[in-house]
Design a protein around this ligand. Sequence first.
Ligand SMILES: Nc1nc2c(ncn2[C@@H]2O[C@H](COP(=O)(O)OP(=O)(O)OP(=O)(O)O)[C@@H](O)[C@H]2O)c(=O)[nH]1
Ligand SMILES: [Mg+2]
Length: 506
Amino acid sequence: MRTVPYLRLLLLLALLASFAGLIVWLIQSFLDLYYATRYHPILGGLLIGVLVLLLLVFLAASIYYLFLFRPAPKTERLPRPAPPATPAEKWEAARRNLAQLEAQMAQIQDQVARAALAERSARLAQQLAQPQLKVVVFGTGSAGKTSLVNALLGRRVGAVGATLGTTQAVAVYDWDLPGIPHPVQIVDCPGILEIGPAGAMREEEAQAQAQAADLLLVVVDGDLRRSEVDPLRRLIALGKRALLVLNKIDRYTPEERRLLLQRLRERVYPLIQPEDVLPAAAAPAPVQVGSQTWQPEPEVAVVRDRVQAVLYAEGGSLALDNALLQSQQLGEEAKRIIQAQLRRQAEEVIDRFQWIVTGVVFANPIPALDLLAIAAINAQMVVELGSLYGCKMNLQQGRELALSLAKTLAGLGLVEGALQLTTGLLATVAEVSVVGFLATAPIQAASAGYLTRIAGKSFIEYFQRNQSWGEGGMQAVVKAQVESAQKSGWLKEFVRQASERVFRLR
Ligand SMILES: Nc1nc2c(ncn2[C@@H]2O[C@H](COP(=O)(O)OP(=O)(O)OP(=O)(O)O)[C@@H](O)[C@H]2O)c(=O)[nH]1
Ligand SMILES: [Mg+2]
């Protein structure tokens, strides 16, 4: 691919050479003409004018050309690690994720969360060592999921009912499928898209099972609705392999069946390939023949055969893909727990400093709010917040950061804003006269506490982003924190508490 710039350079040189030749020829021609017409006052001048104009056009064209081919500004791109491709790489990646998870778990203080993660991690390690294939039966209520599980297993394991929500909890059964080198389990789920809080909780459980599946059997008993395609799309996006089962085909004539299957195949393509959309009659309705009722046998052989073929051919790689996905999800969950824990600890630090600042300013009131004094105390807060987020800094560095934030607060007019806000709030919350000199100390102290909180919250953002203020810079972060503090109504509660605890006004 490196030949392209050279080709372009050669082309440019050739063009320039021909241009230069053309110009020399033009000048020569004009000179000839000029000598021929030099005794004619108007014609001679006109020729010089045309020559100058041509030169200018050439110059402009060259500049434009160079501008066109100016190299595009380089966008900063982080090198992305290539996703693992071979089974060995996938296995290694999953192992690495589990090892990282150990380190993450050591940071988690919440015993319950840590124990839950440890259990899932141990199960995943076991799964990596000895894969077990999980076929999850998923779909809307009453589509015949439990009936399908019963028919595939050849025994009645789960209750079947005409009403929605017959299956209330996930049920896992061993499935003895000949020819598959790994043990297989089939999982019956509650239905999705049921209304009410209980239905939503059951759906959550079903979704969790589907996310952990090696192979999904999505059961429908008619055409697919959009609301059914969306969850399917999300699962396929996660890398899930799915078969779609059109159940209750005994209710349709052969022609209707054919048309319905065709429509389903079109609807789910390319999420699911046409050969993976299969007909079934898991619990066909009894048929009245004359005076006798005849109970047809379930028709699920097509489904069983396809599951067997897919698990035989792809089982190992499906299990590996799934283990890799689970390990990534576990890592992300651990990260979320650690972030939330960090945030809580950081909030405690801010809380402590906001009261220290409020107390100090209240005890030493001076006519104007002293941002320098506040920044000096905030320096220690910055150091403590930094150390929480793994960024060691000394007090001097903390002071510099606190000072630059104090300048931003002042630049944004937030000091005046804070004084006004607290004045109003003190007047309502603590019924303090706003004109009296006595009110100066509480107003300044509450404002200082408020600004300390804004500063602290801004620093959390800074440390969370690996010591960067992001695209909008420090100002944007500070503004966002002011907005969120205003929305939450935090300041009013703070002024109320300060009036009681520090100012003793109530
Ligand atoms: N005609 C016909 N009815 C069926 C078939 N399969 C299931 N049914 C009926 O459909 C109803 C629902 O069946 P279930 O197996 O309980 O459905 P489910 O999807 O497990 O339902 P939930 O657990 O409530 O989500 C029952 O009345 C079954 O008898 C079939 O192949 N043909
Ligand atoms: Mg059921």
